[in-house]
Ligand binder design. Structure first.
Ligand code: THU
Length: 155
């Protein structure tokens, strides 16, 4: 189990994600999302979802934030935060596609923060909790080790 992340760091990242959501381009879903990713050097990159009239071309806030960092030459990260303006029933967590992209660059214990708007709580999951048994860079190099929670059938 990963140790609890720093609360001030989580608050700062979530605030960055909240502000980033203000730049969302979401005329179709009306569901603005912001994301913030903290680099190993302490810099924060933000992103917002960018939709398209051809709906499937929409890109989520998390991927915008990660791609901004990567295209700026940064590949090591400490934490991520995701924030959505409209989450009446709880929290927003990264979609499946974003989990796969995040798994490419985040360590398995890296925290992903989100805000429970029902009660104001800050919640977090590790990358491994978000995408267990991920197909990550090691796997693509044929270096995959069995996930600890794998089920196995008897011989
Ligand atoms: N969206 C994100 O940006 N991040 C998420 O984690 C969930 C979904 C966006 C995609 C789309 O523009 C809108 O939210 C509704 O799905």
């Amino acid at each position: 189990m990963a140790s609890a992340p720093d609360l001030q760091q989580a608050k700062k990242l979530l605030e960055s994600a909240r502000l980033a959501a203000k730049h969302a381009y979401a005329p179709y879903s009306h569901f603005p999302v912001g994301a913030a990713i903290l680099t190993d050097k302490g810099h924060i990159y933000t992103g917002a979802n960018v939709e398209n009239a051809s709906y499937g071309l929409t890109i989520c806030a998390e991927r915008v934030a990660v791609f901004k960092a990567i295209s700026d030459g940064v590949q090591r990260f400490q934490a991520v935060a995701v924030w959505a303006e409209k989450t009446p029933n709880g929290s927003v967590t990264p979609c499946g596609a974003c989990r796969q992209v995040l798994a490419e660059f985040l360590g398995s214990e890296t925290p992903v923060f989100f805000h429970d708007q029902a009660n104001g709580a800050i919640r977090w999951l590790t990358m491994d909790q978000l995408l267990p048994a991920a197909f990550a860079p090691d796997s693509a190099q044929g270096d995959s080790s069995p996930h600890r929670d794998n089920n196995s059938l008897p011989d």
